[in-house]
Write a protein that binds this ligand. Structure first.
Ligand code: NDP
Length: 461
């Protein structure tokens, strides 16, 4: 008789949990996965997937304008919100169904319940009211959008999750925050014709990205009609009798809008999970503290994805899950390397970024050659579209290694995936330069960057 009910019990069926469950089961383990909402997690249900579909929808307004320069007449274009909203929800549900099918095909037992940890080998299914045991427990419960509980009237605000299913397209929206979600939703709503205001506490949106990229994106969002108020926060939200909201800012401004949206970050879903009582150490931000193999302070409890608050991106959760299965079910200790992870912001223009930016590289003591180019893509010239591309390459002077590539411009999320291979492989600028261009493309500029805009001396400071 086996000592435990399962070899592995996974809590949370998002990208990380599903991948771990499937791979462990394929490796011969007896696996169950519990999910309290719907299979798919943040990425599929209320993150990357619906967001990207909304971004596509929002891009048509510019495409229709661009088309005129190429001889098309599209003055009849109209947008219908319920059509988009419902089509996106259908697609999300289809993908969720596919995830479930894949789990079933991999012989993973799916449990529709909220599971919490009781002790290092026991999980309680709260709705069913029963407990099960497992040799290993994997916490893959993700995170949720923060609400500013200290702000009066915060309950009048929506989150990105609500934004996907609004009954009507608002005429105006105020978005709090200047990170990924704020910028992406400002792009979406303004592209769909919504009067959009971003309220950000810092000096410039997209903190953490290269300063030139931040300036470029902020300028282009403003050029295309997004109002960005920096150095300010929302102090109070009041509901008006007509359903609109009155927003009071710390700089004394007052704004009225149909909706206010909080995009001020996310936090790990560890509350009420029984983790601390079971001996699992949490970080100051409430994330599960793990080692490089994703093992928590309790040897039989592991965690991957946003609940660990390392790099909160879907492909990272998947890689962490794969490394966990390699380590525990194939006997090959594997730590996922979190260096040089590329990411994209689906803003206007979109951003693709990998490796160190100029500030980070200098902070690490590198002497740099910095290459930068900016140009209007071929398609935009006839279209009389003023949007430009900015490309930046950060190179170590001593080794000639390309430390980072940062692009703001059309197709940059696609371009950065390939640039990431070269950055991860540690290629030098000279190796980029001997690579022949593909013409006419925007990406060819990446192998044609001639003179640096800055060139530090090789001698140490
Ligand atoms: P981010 O951490 O990216 O941004 C949060 C923003 O809110 C920052 O601008 C921050 O300001 C601001 N902020 C934080 N606290 C407050 C506060 N109390 N009052 C006012 N402003 C505040 O979080 P997001 O919610 O945008 O996204 C969460 C995470 O999800 C991302 O970091 C990313 O890992 C992931 N994600 C990835 C996407 C992608 O890959 N395309 C898309 C969406 C999300 P400050 O800069 O000053 O700290």
């Amino acid at each position: 008789m086996p000592k435990y009910d399962y070899d592995l019990f996974v809590i949370g069926a998002g990208s990380g949990g599903v991948r771990a469950a499937r791979l462990a089961s394929k490796a011969g383990a007896k696996v169950a996965i519990a999910e309290q909402v719907q299979i798919g997690g943040t990425c599929v249900l209320r993150g990357c997937v619906p967001k990207k579909l909304f971004v596509y929808a929002s891009e048509f307004s510019q495409s229709f304008r661009d088309a005129k320069g190429f001889g098309w007449t599209v003055d009849w274009a109209r947008f219908d919100w319920p059509t988009l909203r419902d089509a996106v929800q259908d697609e999300v549900n289809r993908l969720s169904g596919l995830y479930a099918k894949n789990l079933e095909a991999a012989a993973v037992e799916m449990i529709d319940d909220r599971a919490i940890v009781v002790d290092p080998h026991t999980v309680r299914l709260t709705r069913e009211g029963r407990s099960v045991t497992a040799e290993r427990i994997l916490i893959a419960v993700g995170g949720h959008t923060l609400r500013p509980s200290e702000i009066k009237g915060q309950e009048f605000g929506i989150t990105s999750t609500d934004a996907f299913t609004l009954e009507n397209l608002p005429a105006s929206i105020v978005i709090a925050g200047g990170g990924y979600i704020a910028v992406e939703f400002a792009t979406v709503f303004s592209g769909l014709g919504v009067e959009t205001t971003v309220v950000y506490r810092g000096e410039r949106i997209l903190r953490g990205f290269d300063h030139d990229i931040r300036a470029h994106v902020q300028a282009d969002l403003e050029r295309t009609g997004v109002k960005i108020i920096c150095g300010s926060t929302i102090e109070e939200v009041t509901g008006l009798s007509d359903g609109r909201k009155l927003v009071s800012l710390s700089n004394s401004m007052k704004l009225e809008a149909d909706h206010v949206m909080w995009a001020i970050g996310r936090e790990p879903n560890t509350s009420g999970m029984g983790l601390e009582a079971a001996g699992v150490r949490l970080t100051d931000r409430g994330a599960v503290a793990v080692d490089e193999f994703s093992r928590s302070s309790v040897p039989s409890i592991w965690a991957v994805g946003d609940v660990t608050d390392r790099v909160n991106l879907t492909p990272v959760a998947i890689r962490e899950a794969m490394a966990f299965v390699e380590t525990e079910f194939h006997g090959r200790p594997t730590a996922f390397d979190h260096a040089d992870i590329a990411s994209a912001v689906f803003s206007r223009p979109p951003v693709g970024s990998v490796g160190l930016n100029e500030e980070q590289a200098r902070a690490k003591g590198h002497k740099l050659k910095v290459f930068r180019t900016t140009f209007r893509p071929m398609k935009h010239i006839i279209a009389q579209n003023e949007q430009r591309v900015l490309m930046k390459m950060v190179v170590d002077t001593q080794t000639d290694r390309v430390l980072g590539v940062h692009i703001a411009g059309v197709d940059s999320p696609e371009q950065i995936q390939l640039a990431a291979v070269a950055v991860k492989a540690g290629l030098t600028k000279a190796q980029w330069d001997i690579t022949c261009a593909v013409h006419p493309t925007g990406a060819e500029e990446l192998v044609l960057m001639g003179e640096p805009i800055a060139h530090d001396n090789e001698a140490p400071a």
